[in-house]
Design a protein around this ligand. Structure first.
Ligand SMILES: [Zn+2]
Length: 41
C-alpha cells in the first residue's frame, strides 16, 4: 500500500501551475486571472 503525499504543489495555483501566467500558443503570455500573476493559491 502506497500513500502519496501531495504537499509539493499545495500552495501553487492549479490553473497556471505556479507560474502566474499562461503561455499562449500564438505567442506571448497572459497573466493568470486566478492568482493575479502571483502563482500562489
Ligand atoms: Zn494562477
Amino acid at each position: 500500500m502506497t500513500i502519496f503525499k501531495k504537499t509539493k504543489n499545495v500552495n501553487q495555483c492549479p490553473y497556471c501551475a505556479g507560474q502566474g501566467y499562461f503561455q499562449l500558443r500564438l505567442g506571448g503570455s497572459e497573466t493568470c486571472s486566478c492568482c493575479s500573476g502571483s502563482g500562489k493559491k
